[in-house]
Design a protein around this ligand. Structure first.
Ligand SMILES: Nc1ncnc2c1ncn2[C@@H]1O[C@H](COP(=O)(O)OP(=O)(O)OP(=O)(O)O)[C@@H](O)[C@H]1O
Ligand SMILES: Nc1ncnc2c1ncn2[C@@H]1O[C@H](COP(=O)(O)OP(=O)(O)OP(=O)(O)O)[C@@H](O)[C@H]1O
Ligand SMILES: [Mg+2]
Ligand SMILES: [Mg+2]
Lengths: 225, 225
């Protein structure tokens, strides 16, 4: 479902070039459960923003479900993204003035589907936040905001789920609950790719892509426990 | 240096009360190295905001260095905070328009001390970000932003250092480098208190306060490894 060939991303900062991704190639089949790991600054979020259709590469190609996503217009990419991908951002990206409930409902309003209040309640319950549904982000703890971001990515039941450090602010028990949600969705056939810096979280996945300095250092299957 | 007695914090949300801290008592001596752990939403950040003089309790008392900080005016609390405390926020709280360099310099401007460019360079180098000093927060990875927030907390060489999940976005190796900085400052006599959800990080500390539902569940020394 995802095919990346020699993908590159260089950020331009004034007159300086900042190479973040220096030619990465791999593919992910439908229904895989992949972890992306690597040091801080090694290009993980940059890669996920590219394969999540949030940004354009500066070199190489990216085929999503048979379509060359790297050459699409912004509007076409946004359309694909809203229909196919659920995205949990590293910095949550919640709208500060909306309640948890309304933040989770947002993807339905973007994709033009009817507002399914039960789907929002179900997503809130899945991440353990029924009692915080009327709080705005500032009225939530760090880990609660993160869980709202996870619920928002799940609510439209997308076939592909990307999470950028989805358990970074969660204690071990709550993090395990979130990984159980991802594992359940994967067992239903969803393709799940998560960035994590925690080895225990990566062990819930079936394959680990390790990055270093904008390059893919290794691509290995997780041994059966 | 820190004495907390029956400390309480209830947030008011419209007509609803949200009890975040329900009567917590403990003390920390000068030069201790303490970890605060507990489930997401258990009141850790609320506690750290109170003992970091960023917010007022709704009950109980808090004595910092012999002064009753719970009864001070906002201006007096800000004065104590700028002189005595370095604070690493869970959400970094960097100013989006300023470069990493200028964000780190900020505490010097607040406390009225002279701008020591070498201290800023030294702090950038300590967290491994010399090459990113002109990037603004949006031009930095999640873990790099977190390291700028850490450098900013260290630059004024405060006697007390608070970190709220300071390694939440850092890979294991970079997280260990940051904990080495905290350990070095503690060995020089600084009081260090960090909130973490990672047991490996808490093992670098000497004592663990565990919270649950706004109460202190346990207070134990870390066994010597
Ligand atoms: N401004 C606020 N208004 C209302 N409720 C709040 C506010 N800030 C926090 N809360 C609530 O108080 C409780 C404790 O929040 P706190 O941020 O202290 O938790 P935490 O232990 O730091 O959690 P995490 O590990 O997820 O960061 C949470 O359930 C949260 O929803
Ligand atoms: N908009 C930007 N402009 C310039 N440089 C950028 C920009 N965004 C990221 N970078 C740089 O590109 C490099 C890779 O960033 P990226 O966010 O992909 O790293 P990461 O692996 O996700 O790191 P972390 O684990 O800390 O989140 C970093 O060194 C960062 O400074
Ligand atoms: Mg990142
Ligand atoms: Mg918190």
């Amino acid at each position: 479902v995802i095919e990346v060939k020699d993908l590159k991303k260089t950020y331009r900062l004034g007159s300086v070039d900042v190479p973040a991704l220096n030619g990465v190639s791999f593919s992910v089949e439908e229904g895989e459960f992949v972890a992306i790991m690597g040091p801080s600054g090694s290009g993980k979020s940059t890669l996920m923003n590219l394969i999540g259709c949030l940004d354009r590469p500066t070199g190489g190609s990216y085929i999503l479900d048979g379509t060359d996503a790297s050459r699409l217009s912004d509007a076409a990419r946004a359309g694909i993204r809203n229909r196919k991908i659920g995205f949990v951002f590293q910095s949550f990206n919640l709208l500060p003035k909306l309640s948890a409930f309304k933040n989770i409902m947002l993807p339905m309003m973007y994709s033009g589907e009817r507002k399914d209040v039960n789907a929002v309640k179900h997503a809130l319950e899945a991440v353990g936040l029924t009692k915080r549904s009327h709080h705005t982000p500032m009225q939530l703890s760090g880990g609660e905001q993160q869980r709202v971001a996870i619920a928002r990515a799940l609510v439209n039941d997308p076939p592909i789920l990307f999470g950028d450090e989805p358990t970074g602010n969660l204690d071990t028990a709550t993090g395990a609950e979130i990984m159980a949600i991802f594992q359940k969705l994967n067992s239903e056939g969803k393709t799940v790719i998560i960035i994590t810096h925690e080895p225990e979280i990566a062990q819930h996945c079936k394959r680990i892509l390790r990055f270093r300095d904008g390059l893919l250092e290794s691509d290995e299957l997780v041994e059966e426990q």
